[in-house]
Design a protein around this ligand. Structure first.
Ligand SMILES: [Zn+2]
Length: 477
């Protein structure tokens, strides 16, 4: 990742030089991402369909025991926390309940207490989480884990969607690719070495969309990846503008909650399947949608649990928090880490695709999707209510006061006010005394990182206040 002064320098270079720098940087990264470990893991992983349940169980148990022992003996945080715990009796994932879950807050208080003694942060790979309220976390990975992670991504994510690293692609993420005040194309940069087109997510509009589509054609992008909300905006703007569909092989989205309307627009414009995927910088859990629309857990990355508020495991079909233990990171072990994401184990665990790995459903991204009532209660899982109506394209709750919120609704086909009212009543049933005003909007605002979140508590997102003031005339903030 480039630091600030390097970024500043980069912005001032001519585009041609910027693109050359991107290719050069990619060449440097290849030594870290795509080295012999990557090749070995790719080879090993490509046989996953033939792995027996016993084989994968044993592999995971060996890794788990290594991680637990490393943590207990060599990681200051666990060394202290587990003094009176019987960590030696943890052999399988069924024993994990013997140790407490790990809160993001504990990690935030002292990231360095989680680093294995003797490992120097400078010799590790640094991943930064995006953090909804601007408080990002530093996660250190051992260098060995980087190519392993990329091999998993290649075999268990891209290949499942029928594409690969070498296939030309376009990507829309949260990073600024071009200066924010750019008024004319290009709204992208091209990394020739990886045939990767990086689109700015902040410049997509009805006015610019034709140029975006032209860029896809020019650079022959055959698949797309990035935030679902940004790719959906591109697809919707293009469809609204009457631009002919641009057929590609696949779209793989991650990073925000994929709503029904977004998926429809993406599939309609790109004439291919839109695959949802799940992962996080913390590197503790990963899942990928198969051709049959089921989200399968990727077992080699970590051990995934779905827990209730009280820490007990959820029944199948019951939504709970994803709590996961990395099996790859022994430099900064994250054990029973509370991801802040929610999902449920699917009631039917059989999938015609033949992938035997567990299926999760009802995945709700790290939206912190709850309201805080005047008496301080957190009322969560609101997105389940909001996902209900098929006539609503997308929706968002914006809490401006302790006892008041707006329900922003972007109408879809056959929409009626009563549909939004049903959602409001469903939410009110969970909250009790609260006031929710319904407002129809042409588009749901995104965070400065370009993500769509389902609940916005404005006091925690001061930078978004101006935007909502413009959108909601009645708002008083
Ligand atoms: Zn499947």
């Amino acid at each position: 990742m480039l630091n600030d002064w390097k970024m500043q320098l980069y912005w001032h270079l001519p585009i041609r030089i910027q693109e050359a720098a991107l290719s050069l940087y990619a060449k440097h990264l290849e030594k870290i991402y795509y080295n012999h470990i990557y090749e070995e893991w790719k080879q090993w992983l490509s046989g996953w369909k033939n792995w027996t349940p016993e084989y994968i169980k044993e592999w995971k148990e060996q890794r788990l025991q290594h991680i637990i022992e490393t943590a207990a003996k060599h990681v200051p945080y666990y060394h202290n926390q587990w003094k009176d715990r019987n960590w030696k009796s943890i052999h399988t994932e069924a024993d994990l309940h013997l140790i407490p879950t790990l809160e993001k807050q504990s990690l935030r208080r002292n990231e360095h207490a989680f680093i294995t003694n003797g490992a120097k942060p400078k010799s590790l790979w640094l991943e930064k989480t995006s953090g909804t309220t601007g408080t990002s976390l530093k996660i250190y990975w051992p260098m060995l884990m980087v190519p392993q992670w990329y091999a998993v991504t290649e075999v268990m994510v891209r290949n499942i969607a029928g594409v690969e690293q070498e296939t030309p692609r376009a990507m829309i993420g949260g990073r600024p690719i071009i200066p924010g005040d750019t008024k004319k194309p290009p709204y992208w940069r091209f990394n020739r070495r990886w045939k990767q087109l990086y689109f700015s997510s902040y410049h997509i509009s009805q006015k610019t969309v034709a140029e975006y589509v032209e860029a896809l054609k020019k650079y022959e992008s055959q698949w797309m990846t990035g935030y679902g909300s940004a790719i959906a905006t591109l697809a919707e703007s293009a469809l609204d503008d009457g631009i002919n569909p641009y057929p590609i092989e696949a779209v793989i989205v991650s990073g925000d909650t994929l709503l029904r309307g977004m998926r429809q627009s993406i599939e309609q414009f790109f004439k291919c399947k839109c695959f949802d995927s799940y992962g996080q910088c913390e590197g503790v859990s990963m899942a990928m949608e198969c051709l049959y629309g089921q989200m399968h857990i990727i077992p080699v990355v970590g051990i995934t649990e779905i827990l209730r508020e009280d820490g007990t495991p959820c029944e199948s079909g019951e939504t709970g928090e994803i709590v996961a233990t990395s099996l790859l990171n022994d430099a900064m072990p994250l054990i029973r880490y509370r991801t802040g994401d929610y999902a449920a184990w699917a009631e039917d665990q059989c999938c015609p695709c033949g992938n035997p790995n567990p299926i999760i459903t009802n995945l709700i991204g790290r939206t912190d999707d709850y309201l805080i009532t005047a008496d301080g209660r957190k009322v969560g899982r609101l997105s389940t209510a909001m996902k209900r109506s098929p006539t609503i394209h997308s929706a968002q709750i914006v809490q401006d006061k302790p006892d008041h919120a707006f329900l922003l609704v972007r109408p879809g086909e056959n929409y009626r006010l009563s549909h939004a009212e049903a959602i409001r009543d469903d939410i009110l049933e969970r909250i009790g005394k609260f006031d929710i005003e319904i407002i129809e909007v042409p588009e749901i605002p995104k965070t400065p990182q370009g993500k769509t979140v389902l609940v916005v508590r404005l006091d925690e997102r001061p930078v978004m206040k101006e935007m909502y003031k413009k959108l909601i005339k009645r708002i008083d903030i």
